[in-house]
Design a protein around this ligand. Sequence first.
Ligand SMILES: NC(=O)C1=CN([C@@H]2O[C@H](COP(=O)(O)OP(=O)(O)OC[C@H]3O[C@@H](n4cnc5c(N)ncnc54)[C@H](O)[C@@H]3O)[C@@H](O)[C@H]2O)C=CC1
Ligand SMILES: CC(=O)C(=O)O
Length: 374
Amino acid sequence: MIIGVPREIKNNENRVGMTPGSVLSYVQAGHEVKVESGAGTAIGFTDEDYVSAGASIAPTAAEVWNSEMVVKVKEPLPGEYSYFREGLVLFTYLHLAPEPELTRVLAEQGVIAIAYETIQLENGSLPLLIPMSEVAGRMSVQLGAHFLEKPNGGKGVLLSGVPGVEPAKVTVIGGGIVGANAARMAVGLGADVSILDTNPDRLRQLDDLFQGRVRTIISNPYNVGQAVQRADLLIGAVLIPGARTPRIVTEDMVKSMAPGSVIVDVAIDQGGSIETIDRITTHDQPTYEKHGVIHYAVANMPGAVARTSTLALTNATTPYGLQIATKGYRQAALDNAAIAKGINVMMGKVTYLAVADAQGIAGENIHELLKANG
Ligand SMILES: NC(=O)C1=CN([C@@H]2O[C@H](COP(=O)(O)OP(=O)(O)OC[C@H]3O[C@@H](n4cnc5c(N)ncnc54)[C@H](O)[C@@H]3O)[C@@H](O)[C@H]2O)C=CC1
Ligand SMILES: CC(=O)C(=O)O
């Protein structure tokens, strides 16, 4: 199969869909890989590195997209929609629930859109989201610490405190991969950390993991309100797989926070969990202020540490991409239910039901569609 790897065009997105190491794995499996010139240069993967691994270099995005399968990182932007065509297999993050226009164009153009973030194992885990959630969770605390500093607009609080002065209060809503990694950093810095989740078993695991160094609190509107009010740094880390993020933190709760407090809503890529987050921000302009509180809502946080992120992401995506390329998407999905869950759009239908529900449109059962067209 001919596989294309375009240069990412989202604001400050320097990740790339394949490393030279992943190219070698695809080439050894009998595939041809075309990488857009300069796609990895910013993070130290030169065109020559890709050629040494067996790729060819294409000078334009159009040439790269003219492949049977495209492997990238972020959702296509409007400037890329003209490359869509029937039968193209697109393997990338998509986050379609809050993106009806992209969903419509993918379906209309007959693209087979396989989303990294909804590939799901039987135990419920999301193996292609986990590495970026680890990165974003860890980053969220670094960023929060930065924006809490007075010159950066914050209230002038050091997360750790110092002897004789209490540490900052960090509230993490959602105790999954992002939440646990945020807590790990915040605990490491000596902050006073609370994690809220609706799943009591998850709270038990976190209680065990952190050995009493975090407070675990069941997530309900009352407890969320209390924990938000006392937070110096609030981290949004909730996910209902594939669905639009529920708005858990209301505007009144944000108003109750002290001026100069900081919100980092990692869950913004699925629509955001905070009522006062009304826009996606960028690495160029990452924050805005509302009710005196700094809001950070960058949807591609790991793009800022693009080398680490690319290595971590491709470690996870390459084995799945190889199955899709080698068997064809249909057989790969029939053989591996995790891949079937990744297919969000196929043959003009929305096949991930949480996306269809979020957009109020009819979805199609992926297994029936696969069988009918097998
Ligand atoms: N902005 C960015 O650059 C990035 C964003 N993300 C996003 O971060 C979000 C979290 O991802 P993960 O931690 O991997 O998900 P996860 O599935 O590991 O964890 C989500 C947690 O939220 C909990 N939850 C669900 N409803 C809740 C509620 N009402 N209150 C409290 N907790 C609730 C679940 O029980 C689960 O433990 C996702 O939207 C993901 O796409 C991930 C990486 C990068
Ligand atoms: C998960 C995601 O959206 C990202 O890594 O950019």
